[in-house]
Design a protein around this ligand. Structure first.
Ligand code: ADP
Length: 338
């Protein structure tokens, strides 16, 4: 965070510099105005006194009166300078504090983004290291074993392949996330039918649905949204994929859509394990997985899906929300501009 500290310091100096420049210019202007006014007054008074027809014996008194007027003018100007310097000093102190607070406030989002980036890199490397460490240990143990049989070698390779598949899935997730991080390409925007998106997404899950004897019940209207078709299909696929992953065999997933004012509302409900209230606020964060400790019926994943989904929805200026009852199921609701 050294970078942020030095940036805060520099920005504070810039803000303070601008404040002080304005303050000093203001002081000069005030000084000039007051100087002109005070000296014009004094000159007028002196001229008036000097024009008085006085006998010569009063000459000394007149001179001393004129002198006192000049002294008054000088002391008035000194007092003015003293006050202006005090004012500038106060501006320096208050402005310095204010500038620091303003600089911190300005740089806070940058600091937050850098922190999130750092956390993301740490999480990503941790997730990458875990399968690598598992593979390395298995290979090392196998290499030390002089009597390793062909069957054992095959089982080792099979286990390694599993880890490689996990790494591949992680790399794919990271790539999808990086792609979703970028802004929507205006050239890729088109009018997409909700029915078309659902049909395409549903066709990708035929095998998984059949394997788990699940039913994907899609009942959508003829709504259209404006967006990036590939991104929207990916969004729906993430939600259907989760609904399948976190639901028991033989359960049902319902997909519905409706027009709500200027938006199209799409809901995807499952009869799965549900999400605990404590996890709900975090499930859209990168690498967050609810119930990591649950070892039986463990579901593979890296906690990237919903953060990608959220990013796609944000890029389309939509909203995504979830309602869930543990043990009963979850409903994800998306709203997209029609
Ligand atoms: P992943 O599924 O790879 O763990 P996601 O970002 O897609 O990552 O989901 C984050 C977490 O939210 C999951 O680990 C899971 O605990 C929870 N979750 C997401 N969708 C569902 C769902 N339909 N039912 C139950 N839990 C879900």
């Amino acid at each position: 965070m050294h970078l942020i500290q030095s940036a805060t310091f520099k920005l504070t100096l810039w803000y303070l510099g601008i404040i002080m420049l304005l303050s000093i210019l203001f002081s000069f202007a005030l000084y000039r105005l007051s100087y002109d006014q005070m000296s014009t007054n004094a000159v007028r008074q002196i001229n008036a006194v000097e024009r008085l027809p006085l006998p010569p014996e009063f000459q000394a008194q007149r001179d001393s009166y004129v002198q006192s007027l000049v002294d008054q003018l000088n002391s008035g100007l000194h007092k003015l300078i003293y006050r202006l310097v005090l004012l500038d000093l106060a501006t320096f102190l208050i402005g310095g504090g204010g500038s620091y607070l303003l600089a911190r406030h300005t740089l806070q989002p940058v600091e937050d983004a850098m922190e999130a980036q750092g956390r993301f890199t740490a999480d990503a490397s941790h997730e990458l290291r875990t399968p690598l460490t598992a593979m390395r240990t298995e290979i090392e143990v196998a290499l030390r074993d002089k009597q390793l049989t062909a069957t054992e070698a095959r089982s080792l390779l099979a286990s390694n392949l599993e880890e490689v598949n996990k790494l591949e899935a992680l790399a794919r997730g990271l790539l999808r996330l990086a792609r979703a991080e970028n802004t929507l390409d205006p050239a890729a925007l088109e009018t997409v039918s909700v029915r078309g998106i659902m049909a395409e997404a549903a066709s990708r899950f035929q095998t998984e649905l059949a394997d788990k004897k699940m039913i994907l019940d899609v009942e959508v209207g003829s709504e259209y949204v404006s967006g990036d078709k590939a991104g929207l299909i990916e969004l729906v696929c993430i939600l259907i994929d989760n609904a399948i992953k976190y639901s028991p065999e033989g359960s049902r997933i319902a997909v519905r859509s409706s027009l709500a004012g200027n938006s199209v509302a799409v809901s995807i409900s499952d009869q799965g394990v549900g999400i605990k209230a404590a996890d709900l606020p975090h499930i859209f964060s990168r690498f967050y997985r609810a119930d990591r400790s649950r070892s039986k019926d463990k579901v593979d994943g890296y906690g990237l899906g919903l953060s990608i989904a959220k990013r796609i929805v944000d890029l389309h200026r939509g909203t995504i929300a979830v309602e869930s009852t543990p043990g009963e199921g979850s409903t994800f609701r998306i709203k997209l501009p029609a």
